[in-house]
Every structure is written in C-alpha cells, then in structure tokens.
Write a protein that binds this ligand. Structure first.
Ligand code: FAD
Ligand code: NAD
Length: 471
C-alpha cells in the first residue's frame, strides 16, 4: 500500500483514530500548530450519542446531532488532515496505521497536501504518536440470532432501521383483524438490556405511541406493547436504589412491561427465548413473539483493537480495551495513547469519561511540545516504560464524576448530579427532565447542533413528532 508521510516533517505527526467523543474532544483541544494532526474515521461526522435514543421516533432529528469532522478541523489554526477511512491495522512495530478508504474523500483544512485515496484503497499512515479512540461495538454475547434479527442503537443507520421496522410492523398489523396472534406479534416491541440505552429507547418509543401514533392510528394504539427485558434484578443498575425504583414505577405506569431477572438466550426471526430466574433459583423459560427487537446489552472491543492485544506483550491479558496507565499511555508502548471506550482505565464506557480523557491527553501533548527535545528524547528510549512523564512533573489523569442522567419517557427523567464524591442533586420526575434537557444542551459540542435540538423540541411541542418510514 501507499505510505503517507506527514505534511510538515518539522512537526511530529499525531494519528487520531475515530470521530466520536474521544477523537473530536481531542481535536478541539490539541495545539495543531505544534503537531500534524491526521484524523482517520469511516464516519465523517461526530455523533452526539446522548440524544440518539430520541432519534428513532423523531423526538430529535438525526441530522441535529451530527456534526461534520471538517467543521471542527476547519476551526483549527494548524494542519489537520481527515481521511474518511477505517483503520484496519495498528502496527506499533513500524509506527504506522493501515487504513482502508471508505470513499475518495480526504480533506485538509487548507495547509497540507491533499492525498486522495480511491474507495477501498489501502494506505499506511506514518505517525509519531497514535491516539486510538475507535470506541466499541455492540455485544451480542454470541447469542444466536441477535445479529440477524435485532436492531442495535449505536449509530445513525441503527436509528433509521428501528424506525423503519417499527412503522412497517404497525402498518402490517393494521391490515390484520383484531385478536389475530400475528397482529399481536407485530405490535410487540421487545427491548433487551435495561441499561440507559434500553430504558431511554423504550421510553421514547412509548412517548411516540402515546402522543403521535395515537392520532395516526387510534384503532390499534392500545394494542402496541413494549417489553423491556433485563438480566439483573433492577434496571439502570448504576443509579442508587431510590432512583431505580422511581424509574421502574414510571416505566410500569406508562404501560411498558418490565421483565427483570430475565436473560434472552436465543433469538428466532419472529420470537425469542428468555429465561427468568426466580429468587429461589428456579428458572422459567418463556417464548416471546416480537415484531421489532432492539438489542442494547452493552459493548465489546473492535477487531482493530483486539488485534493490538496480540501484538504488544503488555496487552496480551487485555480483554475489555487497551490497558492504559495513569497518563492514558497504552502500556508496553511509549508513543501510543488510548481514550474512551477502547481504553481500559477501570472507568465506565461513557461520553463523560471519553471527553475528560481526551482533554487531559491534549494537555499532556501540548505540554510535551513545549519541552525542548522532549520528542527526540522519548523516541530514543528503547525501554517501553515511560519515566519521562514523571521526570517532567506531568500529572496523572484524574476522573471527576459529574453524575448520571437517564430519560424514562412521559417527560420524566432521573438524575444524580455530582462533583467527584460530592453529590449535589439526586431525584426524578418532570423537573429532573428539564434539568436533563438543559445539561444535555450544555454537553453538545457545537452551536449549530444545539440550536437544531432546541428547534426540534419546540417543533414536537407544537406539531408532534415526524417519523417517516423512508427517512
Ligand atoms: P465513539 O464515540 O463511539 O466513537 C468511535 C469513533 O471511532 C466513531 O467515529 C467510529 O466511526 C470510529 N471508528 C470505528 N471503527 C474505526 C476504525 N476501525 N478506524 C477508525 N475509526 C473507527 N455516555 C454518556 O456519558 N452520557 C450519555 O447520555 C450517553 N448516552 C448514550 C446513548 C447511546 C444510545 C449510546 C450508544 C451511548 C451513550 N453514551 C453516553 C456512551 C458514549 O456514547 C460512549 O461512551 C462514547 O461515545 C465513547 O466515546 P469514544 O470516542 O470512545 O467512542
Ligand atoms: P449497559 O452495559 O449499561 O447495559 C446493558 C444491560 O443489558 C445490562 O444491564 C445487562 O445486565 C443487560 N443484559 C446483558 N445481556 C442480557 C441478556 N442476554 N438478556 C437481558 N439483559 C441483558 O449498556 P448500554 O445501556 O448500551 O450503555 C453502554 C454505556 O453507555 C454505559 O456505560 C452507559 O452508562 C452509557 N450510556 C449512558 C447513557 C446515559 O447516561 N443516559 C445512555 C446510554 C448509554
């Protein structure tokens, strides 16, 4: 493959893999006058995931939470190149990353050379530092039938797929007589996983049914049933007991059927098999027919990351992500960093963590650039234990937990707002829903997106949700 060297050889090159929370927060804060920044991601936009569960039913439009990588790149003073490409292999022995182009798009913010690649063309990018932020992918735990029959909710196409399947099922059910078991199946939506993704998606779907479907299809709306299945005894297990109980009550009041202590074991095209474990240990197996299946049981590392586990001896024991030290350095290397969901730092896989890790890492790299001969000294080190950080008084990363929020439907949310160990607010209800909205607006990374989300909320208050099957 073509080998692509940096544009300005006087500056070290940082290759950044991804365009999600970790990578884009990194891009926003890195001093690009001191580095050549090369962004590599098959997705040409940042996605504000906290509002993704609002998208399948049109509470928020998909485009409102997408922001092109180039709009962040163009704001940088220094050189930033973006390749719409997937990293297929990280090669720590050669300090290169092999990429496979998605399209022939590669753009710079004007200063560098624009090296175009053909779709599917492979190239090798040379780097001095690598920041891996490729996130993770949905985990099916190897349960048969999930991949073929379920819908995940991780990316924009997933949202569109859920909407299409749901509206299609409802329309097909409408052609069948009341009482027909096939009509009942088509009108059953099963959401598997009672983590925040599953709960928020179920809540949003119920909102759509109660407010919008009610006007379009009043004759069948009462028959639509959402079933939320969770293996643990409670949903949203990261929240305190008081809030999970509140959440479960809201879900039940809005007619969502909650099945806790129930694990899905097998998925067939029209039904699934779930096993419920009673407190006395007995297991009951049930067959649940469904029209739409949403699968939200958490994540696992991507192949490009698990391949690295094999290449670096210090990573051989890794299983959840690249093992990093307190400077976010990938253990066993001295020029590779990992942030966000693809890093294992004993922190939860959240946007909040990815964002803080990215900001921290840019401070480190910006500081490295100011220390004379730092890069050369680091490169000349043969041992892969980086004592240089300690020598120069770099501070280790400290995560500050700012709390957790979850939307439940019916304009109710739960929130636990903290600053580290200090708790400022813990509650649930309608006021918390407005706090939830305000905090999420604050988290959005661009003004355009913020404006669009507010406009979407205003629009649904006046005219209801848009949910077209084809769009
Ligand atoms: P991501 O944001 O997933 O970004 C990964 C990037 O890497 C993407 O751009 C992807 O296209 C790219 N990529 C993938 N493969 C490759 C490859 N081979 N080469 C190059 N690039 C690649 N967290 C919160 O804190 N609060 C919330 O409210 C919240 N809500 C969520 C709602 C949903 C529906 C989901 C799915 C997650 C939510 N999260 C939330 C979790 C949060 O989104 C993740 O923890 C966060 O996105 C992690 O950031 P990341 O940069 O590691 O990965
Ligand atoms: P999760 O890992 O938080 O939850 C998955 C749930 O699925 C778990 O409770 C697990 O017990 C259950 N499960 C696993 N296998 C099952 C099976 N076979 N049958 C039934 N249940 C099963 O996953 P998530 O909700 O996608 O969240 C992923 C990450 O993103 C988390 O760190 C979460 O905090 C974050 N996130 C946060 C928010 C928010 O803050 N509002 C929203 C979405 C996601």
């Amino acid at each position: 493959p073509k080998v692509i060297a940096p544009n300005d050889s006087n500056k070290p090159t940082i290759a950044v893999l991804g365009s999600g929370w970790g990578a884009i927060s990194f891009l926003k804060h890195i001093d690009s006058t001191k580095y050549n920044v090369v962004m590599i991601s098959p997705r040409s936009y940042f996605l504000f995931t906290p509002l993704l569960p609002s998208c399948p039913v049109g509470t928020v439009d998909e485009k409102s939470i997408m922001e092109p990588v180039v709009s962040f790149a163009n704001k940088k003073k220094g050189d930033v190149t973006y390749y719409e490409a997937e990293a297929t292999s990280i090669n720590p022995d050669k300090n290169t990353v092999t990429i496979k182009s998605v399209s022939n798009i590669s753009t710079t913010n004007g200063l560098g050379i624009n090296v175009g690649l053909d779709p599917n063309e492979l190239a090798e990018i040379k780097y001095d530092y690598l920041v891996s932020a490729v996130g993770a992918e949905p985990n099916t735990f190897g349960i048969p039938g999930v991949e073929e029959n379920g819908c995940f909710l991780k990316e924009i196409p997933d949202s569109k797929k859920i909407r299409h399947k749901f509206i299609d099922s409802v329309e097909r059910a409408n052609l069948l007589p009341k009482g027909d078991p096939e009509r009942k199946r088509l009108l059953t939506v099963v959401v598997v996983g009672g983590g925040p993704t599953g709960v928020e998606t179920a809540g949003e779907l119920q909102d759509y049914i109660d407010h919008d479907l009610k006007t379009f299809m009043p004759n069948l709306v009462e028959e639509v049933q959402i079933v939320l299945i969770e293996a643990l005894p409670v949903v949203l297990s990261m929240f305190e007991k008081k809030l999970t109980t509140f959440a479960e009550n809201v879900l039940r009041e809005t007619t969502i059927e909650l099945k806790t202590r129930t694990a899905v074991a097998k998925v067939e095209p029209e039904y699934l098999i779930a096993k419920t474990k009673a407190e006395d240990g007995t297991v009951e197996e049930t067959k649940i027919p469904y029209g739409v299946l949403v699968w939200a049981t958490g994540n696992k590392p991507r192949k490009v990351v698990t391949d690295v586990f094999k290449k670096i001896p210090e990573q051989n024991q890794a299983n959840r992500g690249l093992i990093v030290d307190e400077y976010m350095r990938v253990k066993g290397t001295n020029n590779m960093f990992a942030i966000g969901d693809n890093a294992f730092a004993k922190l939860p896989p959240t946007a909040q963590v990815a964002h803080q890790e990215a900001e921290y890492l840019t401070k480190t790299l910006n500081k490295m650039a100011r220390i004379p001969n730092f890069h050369q000294e680091l490169q000349s080190r043969t041992e892969k234990v980086d004592l240089l950080f300690q020598d120069h008084g770099f501070k280790p990363f400290k995560y500050v937990h700012l709390g957790a929020l979850a939307y439940l439907g019916a304009e109710k949310a739960i929130a636990n707002i903290t600053y580290g160990a200090k708790s400022f607010y813990s509650g649930g209800g309608v006021i918390t829903f407005y706090i939830w909205r305000a905090l999420y607006l604050g988290m959005i990374l661009s003004w355009r997106s913020r404006f669009k989300v507010v406009a979407d909320w205003g629009k649904i208050a006046l005219f209801g949700r848009d949910a077209f099957k084809e769009l």
